[in-house]
Design a protein around this ligand. Structure first.
Ligand SMILES: Nc1ncnc2c1ncn2[C@@H]1O[C@H](COP(=O)(O)OP(=O)(O)OP(=O)(O)O)[C@@H](O)[C@H]1O
Ligand SMILES: [Mg+2]
Length: 243
């Protein structure tokens, strides 16, 4: 099967800045693959993710989203660190938000919203307002909103960095469950190496200025994984070396 996303020699420089944020990024994401992107703060992870989503144009090189969604699906969907729920819409209306531009019947939209809310474990929260949600619940709603689009690529920018450690582990396991059932490829940005090796099939380390991919490591640990296993700890140490 063709990759869902490929970039060739991708570079980006913010307008007015002398140096590129990153350059020479060659990346290929296979269908259903879970890739984590790590690197120090300011290295360009969020910028890269926005380029991959087409939210930001590239300065050089190319991004190709090859995903060929069928009708009423989207090639990619984004989950933000700060959730970006619309405060004047109830949870259900937030989840439905991205579907409004699609040519779908009301019933089909309702079904899609129900399915996404069930997958993201927020089925009970539909009538709440965003301000009535905990941090973890708000993240789940952000994930439901993305899943409702039936994306072939889910782009996630540090989605769990603002919640406590226990909630974070719970959200990680829920995400793995969603990934297994819904099956999108995932590009997941995180600061946290433990999180990266626990979740991903492949971990990509960005480094340098302009940033490049300094390591692309396959995490060949079987699933389901044990957080404390020796294998994962070894993988984490190998990655820490590259950071
Ligand atoms: N709008 C902007 N204009 C100019 N420079 C920017 C802009 N946004 C970000 N930058 C700079 O681009 C670089 C990359 O930023 P980016 O947000 O992609 O980093 P990051 O790896 O996601 O960092 P973090 O881990 O802190 O989220 C940083 O040096 C940042 O200061
Ligand atoms: Mg960032």
């Amino acid at each position: 099967m063709a990759p869902v996303l490929t970039t060739h020699g991708l570079a980006y420089a913010y307008p007015g800045s002398e140096r590129a944020t990153f350059e020479g990024i060659h990346l290929s994401v296979e269908p259903g693959e879970f890739i984590a992107i790590v690197g120090r703060s300011g290295v360009g992870k969020s910028t890269l993710l926005r380029c991959c989503a087409g939210l930001t144009g590239a300065s050089a090189g190319s991004v190709q989203l090859q995903a060929r969604p069928t009708e009423n699906e989207r090639p990619s969907a984004f989950v933000f660190q700060d959730t970006r729920l619309l405060p004047w819409r109830r949870v259900r209306a937030n989840v439905a938000y991205g579907l409004q531009g699609l040519d779908m019947e009301r019933k089909a939209i309702e079904d899609r919203v129900d399915e996404a809310m069930a997958l993201a474990l927020v089925a009970e929260l539909g009538e709440r307002w965003p301000f009535q949600l905990s941090g973890g619940q708000a993240q789940r709603v952000g994930i439901a909103r993305a899943l409702a689009l039936h994306p072939q690529l889910l782009l996630m920018d540090e989605p769990f960095s603002a919640v406590d450690a226990l909630t974070r582990q719970k959200l990680q396991d829920e995400l793995l469950g969603i990934w297994r059932r819904a099956g999108p490829a995932v590009l997941f940005v995180t600061h946290d190496i433990e999180e990266a090796v626990y979740l991903a099939d492949r971990v990509i380390v960005m480094g340098g200025a302009p940033a490049r991919i300094v390591l692309d490591r396959r995490i060949a640990q079987p699933r389901p994984r044990e957080r404390e296993s020796t294998g994962l700890q070894q993988e984490a140490r190998a990655l820490e070396g590259a950071l």
